[in-house]
Every structure is written in structure tokens, then in C-alpha cells.
Ligand binder design. Sequence first.
Ligand code: NAP
Length: 246
Amino acid sequence: MRQLIPEPPRSGEPELSTVYAYPRNARRWLRANLVASVDGLAQADGASRGLSGPADLRVLRTLRGLADVVLVGGATVRTEGYRRPVVAREEFAAARARDGQPPAAAIAVVSASLEVDFDSPLYTEAVTPTITVTVADAPADRLERARAAGEVLIAGPHGRVDLAEAVDRLVDSGRGRLLCEGGPKLLAAVAAVGRLDELCLSISPQLRAGDGLRLLDGPQFPAPIGLSLHTLLTDDGFLFARYLIT
Ligand SMILES: NC(=O)c1ccc[n+]([C@@H]2O[C@H](COP(=O)([O-])OP(=O)(O)OC[C@H]3O[C@@H](n4cnc5c(N)ncnc54)[C@H](OP(=O)(O)O)[C@@H]3O)[C@@H](O)[C@H]2O)c1
């Protein structure tokens, strides 16, 4: 991994935990981390695996290692096979303990339908209990299953989760270091309600064309959301851009 921007004071591998450290004094910091092809697709044959690579996975692991909660949309949980919780990693243990964080981030599944497998290891083997973020009129039997499986956060009366409320409630509960891993619908919705602070974009050295979801999938924003480039890293042909919302 090489740091291109800002120009590093000396050569050598950048320390990813330092490069991606959450701002110290922010009560809330919600960053998203997704991978896209150079032509902007966030899917390769229906999943993101074909876009990713070892360096991208290192960044993903680092971002998880720093976060309190990882937000994931219901469709991503279903299509990406999100069956595993975040594991506690030795390399982050000391910093997490120092910062009063549990040994691993909790995954928060955002789903109104609750078409989620509550018997999967994502729920049954989580070091930090998996959170289900849903709506008041979610199917009652599934809501009961969700409650038995972990923490449930109800945000919004019906249909779609009120993401502003969900994020604010996580922050109010002391979990302000948030990471959104998508998919594109969840990312667009989080950005639309003004809760996105940073985008960590892995640009995969591929062109794909064809159909598939772009990085954000939702109604056009009334005005573009401006970004400023904070950091740019490169490894194995990938670019890892850290953009702050302006
Ligand atoms: N390139 C990448 O880094 C990356 C990352 C993640 C995913 N992906 C790909 O993206 C695809 C899935 O993404 P997606 O955009 O279709 O879905 P998504 O963002 O993963 O999930 C959307 C789902 O979230 C739930 N939801 C509840 N309230 C919502 C709200 N207010 N706004 C938005 N969503 C809400 C709903 O779940 P229910 O239907 O359960 O109610 C909705 O169907 C997959 O192909 C996956 O492989 C790519």
C-alpha cells in the first residue's frame, strides 16, 4: 500500500489504522465504504466480490476494526451472504479497549421486511450482538424473532426505516463511530437524509459496462453533495480514496 495524497513525510507502508482514524472529537462520524469499478458499478455479476481484492479487504478489515457499528442493507445481507459477524482481531484490541469499545463492531442490519436469517452465525455467533434496525409495522412474527436474536431498533412507523432517526439513536446510545457498507440503496438513503460524513471508495481497476447498480442508487439529490479528497492510497492497481462531505 502506498500513500499518494497527502504526500507522506517518508516512504514506507502507511499505517491504515492511522490513515483511517475516526476524527477524535466528533460525536457522530458516519463513513461509508464501498468498492466500484472505474466505470462506477458497485456490482459484478450481482455481488461485490468480483470487484474486490486483498488490499480492498485489508481496508475493509481496518474500517471494521475502528467502528462501533457497521450498517448494512437487507438486500446486501441477502445477496452478499452476510452470514458472519465482525470478529474481534488482536491488532485492534488495545485501541478498542482504550477507547471503551467492545472487542468487535456490531453489525446493524437495516430491513423493513425482516427477510433475514436470524439463525445464521451473523446473529448466533456475534461477539457484539447484531442489531436489527427496522420499522414498527414489520411482520410481527419476524419482529419477535429479531428481538430474541439480538438488539432491535425501531425507527419509523412503516415501510422504510427512518435512517436519520436510526443513526441519531445509535449516536445517542454512545455508538457514534459508524460505518455503512452499503449497498447502493442504503448509501443513497443515508446520504439523502444528511447523515453521511465520509465516503471511503475503493476504485477497482476494471471496466464493466452493462447493467448493475452504481455506487448510489436512489432519487436524484436536490443538489449535488460535494466531496473533498482527504487521502488517496494505492495498491495492486486499486485506488483507495477517502472523501469528506463538504
Ligand atoms: N460494491 C460494494 O461495495 C457493495 C456493497 C454492498 C452491496 N453491494 C451490492 O449491492 C447490491 C444490494 O444493494 P441494494 O442497493 O440493492 O440494497 P441495500 O442497500 O443493501 O439494501 C436495501 C434494503 O435496505 C432496507 N431498507 C430499509 N429501510 C431503508 C431505507 N430507508 N432506505 C434504503 N433501504 C432501506 C430494505 O431491506 P428489506 O428489503 O429487507 O426491507 C431495502 O430493501 C448487491 O448486489 C450487493 O452485492 C455492493
